[in-house]
Design a protein around this ligand. Structure first.
Ligand code: ADP
Length: 326
């Protein structure tokens, strides 16, 4: 049912001229926790690390971890005598957790000269923040921050999605925006980004546990052209993906990356394949949002699930041609 639905969203997008994605930011983070004997000393570390005059030296030390790691920023938060230092760096086409961790290790060793009283409690102090719901990723971003948009013509909304522009805009406001606010949501201002993120992550050899923050998404819908057409966008600040390393080398996953034209290291520019994969994730999420929201607006959610999920048909040899609109 999910594949059929997302395919329907893709169809509506394709007929309307496709979608446009912009990568707003690209940087992986790691934040160790270190302890001092006093809050004053912890604060001195913060001032040292955040002093622009020290950045170049820190970057030289950090970047030794890999020819692809490039330090972008250092942000330090204090909790009493403890400092949480969030390092952010570009990682080429790798998702980058190993790379960033190695760079952090280099800097921590370097810091022992000026801060011999610093006690490294853990290479990860959870301000990173990896695989946990956290506002820091929602606000600052982690991995690739992507915004993806499309304009769907009114007639396509009617014919393919079986609903209206006005119904979609109203549902988006009351469900994805107000409803998620009522629920006290953290980055969950969407209908089901996580469904699509999980599927694409597993298919392309990503770390599915990073679905937690990679699925953070705000879906916006607005009537345009005097209410005839709809502008839809998904903004996703923390898509953590890579096209080298980890599970990307497995046979099926590698084949899927190849199919998408983003397998391995980019020969044009390091990081280009991973950024493109992030835009593909966002585009697929947009298709999923479009179709599920339409099904709910048209009151078809339960009926389509009963039809497709409970189907006794053998789908083991199914291809995309078997998908039908809900
Ligand atoms: P991660 O850092 O995502 O955990 P790895 O530890 O597997 O992944 O690191 C990626 C490895 O791939 C590194 O050894 C790096 O030198 C290598 N590599 C080759 N080409 C690239 C590329 N274009 N971008 C990033 N890493 C690359």
């Amino acid at each position: 049912c999910l594949v059929a639905s997302t395919n329907r969203g893709c169809k509506a997008m394709f007929i309307s001229g496709g979608a446009t994605s912009t990568v707003l930011k690209d940087g992986m983070t790691r934040a160790p926790v270190v302890r001092f004997a006093s809050a004053r000393r912890a604060s001195e570390l913060k001032f040292f690390l955040e002093n622009p005059e020290n950045f170049d030296t820190l970057a030289v030390v950090f970047n030794r971890s890999s020819r692809f790691a490039r330090l972008q920023s250092v942000k330090c938060t204090i909790a009493g005598k403890n400092a949480y230092v969030r390092f952010c760096c570009s990682t080429g086409d790798a998702m980058g957790m190993n790379m960033v961790s190695k760079g952090v290790q280099n800097v921590l060793e370097y810091l022992t000269d000026d801060f011999p009283d610093m006690d490294v409690i853990g290479i990860s102090g959870n301000f990173c923040s990896d695989k946990k719901p956290a506002a820091v990723n929602w606000i600052e971003g982690r991995g690739k921050s992507v915004v993806c948009e499309a304009v769907i013509r009114g007639e396509i909304v009617n014919k393919v999605l079986k609903t209206s522009v006005a119904a979609l805009v109203e549902l988006n406001m009351l469900k994805n925006l107000a409803g998620s606010a009522v629920a006290g949501s953290l980055g969950g201002f969407n209908a089901h980004a996580s469904n699509i993120v999980s599927a694409v992550f597993i298919a392309t050899g990503q770390d599915p546990a990073q679905n937690v923050e990679s699925s953070q998404c705000i879906t916006m819908m607005e009537a345009i052209n005097d209410g005839k057409d709809i502008h839809i966008s998904v903004t996703m600040p923390s898509i953590e993906v890579g096209t080298v390393g980890g599970g990307t080398q497995l046979a099926s996953q590698s084949a899927c990356l190849n199919l998408l034209g983003v397998k391995g290291a980019s020969t044009e520019s390091p990081g280009m394949n991973a950024r493109r994969l992030a835009t593909i994730v966002a585009g697929a999420v947009l298709a999923g949002e479009l179709s599920l929201m339409s099904a709910i607006a048209a009151g078809q959610l339960v009926r389509s699930h009963m039809k497709y999920n409970r189907s006794s048909r053998d789908i083991s040899g199914a291809t995309t041609t078997t998908t039908t609109t809900t």
